[in-house]
Design a protein around this ligand. Sequence first.
Ligand code: NDP
Length: 497
Amino acid sequence: MVEVKVDTLELNMYIDGQWTKSSNNDMRSVINPATGEEIARASEGTVEDAKKAIQAARNAFDTGVWSEVPATERANFLLKVADKIDEHAEELARLETLDNGKPLREAEADIADAAACFRYYAGIVTKPDGETYHVADPMQAMVVREPVGVCGLIVPWNFPLLMSVWKLAPALAAGNTVVFKPSEVTPITPTKLFEIFEEAGLPKGVANMVMGAGNIVGDAITESPDVDMISFTGGTKTGKHIMKKAADTMKKVSLELGGKSPNIIFADADFEVAVDFALFGIYCGAGQVCSAGSRILVEESIYERFVNRFAERAKQIKVGSGLAEGTEMGPLVSQQHLEKVLNYIEIGKEEGARVICGGNRITENGYDKGYFVEPTAFVDVDQNMRIVQEEIFGPVAVIQKFRTEEEAIQLANGTKYGLAGAVFSNDGTKALRVIKKLRSGITWINSYHPTYNEAPWGGYKESGIGRSLGTYGFDEFQEIKQININLQVEPVQWFEK
Ligand code: NDP
């Protein structure tokens, strides 16, 4: 396997407009998951660092350096950032692949989406954003939107830049100040984004980045009375922890969490299209995608044919370093995550499920230093197995059989999650009927995965609270205030003189 060497980068935090080392000078190694080699060293933030960042964001918000500038000025900043992302797209994509492991073509799409997200919110922020109501004379009622204040933004490692941007673009557009924490596993492109913010002239203290462990820095942000809101993307377990902690200071929370999403394939679907999207649904991003179609539900009459064709094609997927030409699926993000996914494969076998493709770590021909797993699928599963109920977050699908529309819906809704789901059928009425029954926030008919800045992203049930993207995602970062104006100023005379 050919791997490109890079000089080790040094990454620091960005607090109150300064590039800052950790208060105790600790650094953490950042690893290329394709080779196991160190590619960067990142400052490992402390509670003290988090507090400094929170204070800087608080001061910047309270002095109005960002919330009080005209919306057009904030829009211009977002547009400048988008242009700079485009300018550096090649470098950003390469760094994303080195850090996360995803194939370059996936990283390139993420970088383009990140620039588009800044442009989208640059447009939204200059549009009308209030309401007036005709209430009892002489009163005039109006509703205005205001920034929430200091927002704590915490993101995972699977889309290091894009997940950061889904939060930073709307939060900054709305006039908030932020304390942002990337995953300790993938801090490289988020740091580059903060370099871009600096170049684009963001006033100091408006956007602060603290690195470090979730249970130290993340907790410090969530607990702080000076933080008004937490917007978090990550695992459901962490989301629950954050929600409980945030309750002590009654913070607003927005949580984008895990999933175990069903992909329902009816016998009347276009067979090859359905197989193709089923592969894309689970193996894109090596399955490390919150909305991955990890439960494939197939109608009985085409089940055997589907399983055979799916396995045949899964075995042909080219797994390798994200930078190598022709790679279709990269490694898992870390040694720790590799162990988690391999452990789930063992659990599946112990539960009595049958592997029809993959099922192993790849170690030959120089792959042994990286965290590669074969595209894997299980059959002979039943609904209460752990591999059906729990999020594996790797290239592991379960393929289940259903007989009726009702059974498909029941199986599809039969987990604690409710993030995404799809239906493949050439009967449009049936497809829509089934989609409407899914308890999921993101759905597709005859497709899987595409999503757009305009449309809200988020889950039902234990997949989260609130929405990212679209106008709904913008609303999350705003408070709503009613203002009642008396147009005839005279005493109310409720009490006698
Ligand atoms: P985690 O929940 O482990 O971590 C996510 C982020 O939370 C990281 O920055 C992590 O920090 C931080 N964190 C960890 N503990 C705490 C804490 N106590 N307080 C505050 N922050 C904390 O998830 P993963 O990084 O493993 O990401 C994978 C998960 O993210 C999957 O479940 C996936 O489904 C979900 N996800 C959901 C999406 C959605 O839109 N619904 C999109 C993408 C992913 P650190 O890593 O530095 O310790």
